[in-house]
Design a protein around this ligand. Structure first.
Ligand code: PGA
Length: 251
């Protein structure tokens, strides 16, 4: 497995024009994805169509939604279906981001519903998992990771193609804090995630990409993707500017 997945999570930032401009600029800087790099951008729903238009000048980017509801359609005010994401040009979606878990009270089981439903609907999924500082300090890293991965993947087909599913390890205490996990902490958590994936999906579990997320920047991205079992990064703040994200992609 040597193609890294370099993913941007724009969270609740950017108007349509700003999103279009950022991708246009990224396309000018990079023209094409560097060797061994897949690139994805998870943009706000309102920007997806504008991003999709920008793919004519930035064709190497795959688009994704930051959230999805596990139903084809229905009376779910404020929610969005996999088909609606596809209609806006998406081929990917995030599930289980810690901001969804903590701020919007998404349970492990609900994250599992979303993950399985989105995969069945044809989207590729990055399932996010990670512990809070309290959980880490209480020695709960393995328990939390395994619990979130177990529930998050419970309803996923055993035969899922490993290029359609990735896991992002995102320690909550490293997200948006500037405090990146150190190399030993990343290696330990990714080895645990790999152990879980191999026990769950057998040989395919070795091929599922495990991304690191939490204060990734151009200065640390190269070292991070050089670590064992790190197959890419999920980047928030440092992905908002085209040059900064380009520097991470090429790190
Ligand atoms: P950050 O966010 O890079 O701003 O820490 C990462 C994420 O939430 O995916």
């Amino acid at each position: 497995m040597n193609t890294f997945l370099m993913a941007a999570n724009w969270k609740m930032f950017k108007t349509r024009d700003e999103a279009y401009q950022t991708l246009t600029e990224l396309g000018k800087i990079l023209q094409t994805a560097p060797k061994n790099r897949d690139v994805a951008v998870f943009a706000p729903f309102t920007c997806l169509s504008a991003c999709s238009e920008a793919l004519s000048v930035c064709p190497f980017v795959r688009l994704g939604g930051q959230n999805v509801y596990p139903a084809k359609d229905g009376a779910f005010t404020g929610e969005i279906s996999p088909g609606m994401l596809v209609d806006c040009g998406c081929s990917m979606v995030l599930t289980g981001h810690s901001e969804r878990r903590s701020l919007f009270k998404e349970s492990d089981a609900f994250v599992g519903e979303k993950t399985a439903f989105a995969l069945k609907a044809g989207l590729s999924v990055i399932l996010c998992a990670g512990e809070t500082l309290e959980e880490r300090d209480a020695g709960g890293l393995k328990e939390v990771l395994f619990r979130q991965l177990e529930a998050g993947l419970e309803k996923v087909d055993d035969s899922i193609s490993p290029d359609r599913l990735s896991v992002a390890y995102e320690p909550v205490w490293a997200i948006g804090t500037g405090r990146v996990a150190n190399e030993a902490e990343i290696v330990e958590a990714h080895a645990l995630a790999r152990e879980f994936l191999v026990s769950r999906f057998k040989t395919a579990g070795d091929k599922i990409r495990i991304l690191y997320g939490g204060s990734v920047k151009p200065e640390n991205a190269g070292a991070i993707i050089g670590l064992d079992n790190v197959n890419g990064v999920l980047v928030g703040g440092a992905s908002l500017k085209a040059q900064s994200f380009a520097d991470i992609i090429t790190a």
